[in-house]
Design a protein around this ligand. Structure first.
Ligand code: GLU
Length: 472
């Protein structure tokens, strides 16, 4: 990705956005500084003997704010991981958790590694060794610091981390709550894998429930038929695009991936594109679509909704001016640099910011953590009881009217909520509530001209209130 050399780093970018927001708040300078800074960043270098020699790896775990504990945030595996990035991401976690009222401080971790360079058993040894280094310093712990997946990691890595913790804390009853995003078969929760993409869908649905907000982006109508371009068909981009296509009737006209982009104004079938991507390692050659080798160019194409779901700084000073989308939803963390944000605001583009848009992941992580601490699956106690009460109601209704309810109604109404249904309901409620708290500020305060500043105002306000009640 081409980024202007004069652009600030990711952490500076987050700081600049923070500064813009606090200028509109009445915080004491001391408290403002306390919230802004990253509390600590631990760097570890460790060696693992692989393929006949010792390889040294560098990893980080940064804690941005401990106004609530445990602190929460994913672990990323990428060659580009560095301290600046981990600290920026940890800060975003603080604001994200505050916004969706997940009772956590913010943290983030990363390991400089290209997972594709290693076999599965090698990755397991590296992950367990990294986890060991963090666990022995309580940087992974159910009541102190709870990681989750991020770029380059997933359920598999989280299961290894959980197992490593359990081996080092054999009598810890809550050991499995030391990490979230685990597989369902290893104490995970239904709906965690889809959660971030699902959250993006709920965020858009909520935005489209408010014509006055849509008008600020020059949009009207419903999501049905809206033209969407998505950058990155990884876990987040894939689920967001798939749900928007299959459930909301959006047309996914463009998909940008590492090897280029594909474009079809009639709409691309997301599931088939994803299968092609997995099978071929790229989008090139997808039948019936136009292929562009210079994929990032497609960010600049005419569309209704642009979803950057890949990496930070994808929209920067080099391309911001040419972006045509009236609405951008930041499914990735930090995909728009501070400079690009300013240009886009000037152009009237509405940006649904990362700290809200991709908060679905940590929201469902929160549910998983609660599930692990309560040692019981959501819905286990009430599901059948709910079903039998509904059965009684249908039977009585049919007896009183002498008519039968339709089979489809009866099937839907009788089905007691299982864990997946409850997780989705909790996530939808969270995403809708969080949007309303941001949009209220956006609508009520004329000096707040964008949703990002509104989101910062809400979350910084909550973090400040937590610090004040701690006596700071
Ligand atoms: N890595 C995800 C994020 O950036 C999830 C974090 C979590 O679930 O703790 O939000």
């Amino acid at each position: 990705m081409l980024q202007h050399t004069s652009e600030p780093s990711f952490r500076q970018s987050v700081d600049m956005m923070f500064t813009r927001a606090v200028a509109l708040m009445d915080l004491s300078p001391g408290l403002e500084e306390k919230i802004r800074v990253c509390n600590s960043t631990y760097t570890v270098r460790f060696g693992v003997k692989l393929r006949g020699r010792i390889h040294t790896f560098t990893g980080y775990r940064s804690v941005h704010s401990e106004h609530m504990e445990p602190v929460k945030g994913g672990i990323r595996y990428a060659m580009s991981v560095n301290q600046d990035e981990v600290e920026a991401l940890a800060a975003l976690m603080t604001y994200k958790c505050a916004l969706v009222e997940a009772p956590f401080g913010g943290s983030k971790g990363g390991l400089c590694i290209d997972p594709k360079d290693w076999e599965e058993d090698e990755l397991e040894r590296i992950t367990r060794r990294f986890a060991y280094e963090l666990i022995k310093r309580d940087l992974i712990h159910p009541s102190q610091n709870v990681p989750a997946p991020d770029m380059g990691t997933g359920e598999r890595e989280m299961a290894w981390i959980a197992d490593q913790f359990a081996r080092m804390h054999t009598s810890e009853l809550n050991a499995r709550a030391c990490v979230t995003g685990k597989p369902l078969t290893a104490h995970g929760i239904a709906g965690r894998v889809e959660a971030t993409g699902r959250g993006v869908q709920y965020a858009l649905q909520e935005f489209f429930r408010h014509p006055e907000d849509m008008k600020r982006a020059g949009l009207d109508g419903s999501l049905d038929g809206k033209r969407v371009i998505v950058q990155g068909l990884g876990n987040v981009g894939y689920h967001a695009a798939k749900f928007l296509e299959e459930e909301d009737g959006c047309r996914i006209i463009g998909v940008i991936e590492r090897d280029g982009a594909i474009f079809d104004p009639a709409g691309l079938p997301v599931e088939r594109v994803r299968q092609h991507l997995i099978g071929q390692g790229g989008v090139r050659g997808f039948p019936g679509a136009k292929y562009l080798a210079e994929g990032a160019r497609l960010l600049e194409e005419d569309c209704d909704i642009l979803i950057p779901a890949a990496f930070e700084a994808a929209i920067n000073l080099t391309n911001a001016e040419r972006i045509q989308a009236p609405l951008i939803i930041e499914a990735a963390n930090g995909p728009v640099t501070a400079g690009a944000d300013e240009i886009l605001r000037r152009k009237g583009c509405v940006i649904i910011p990362d700290m809200y848009a991709n908060a679905g992941g940590v929201t469902v992580s929160y549910f998983e953590w609660v599930k692990n601490l309560s040692h019981i699956r959501f819905g286990r106690m009430q599901r059948r009881q709910e079903e039998s009460r509904h059965r009684m109601l249908i039977d009585e209704l049919e007896r009183l009217t002498g008519k039968s309810v339709s089979a489809t109604f009866s099937e839907k109404f009788l089905k007691g909520a299982d864990e997946l249904a409850l997780v989705r309901s909790g996530l939808e409620d969270t995403m809708r509530g969080a949007y309303q708290s941001i949009a209220e500020v956006w609508r009520a305060r004329p000096e707040v001209t964008d949703l990002r500043t509104a989101a910062y105002l809400v979350s910084i306000g909550r973090v400040a209130a937590a610090y004040k009640s701690l006596g700071l």
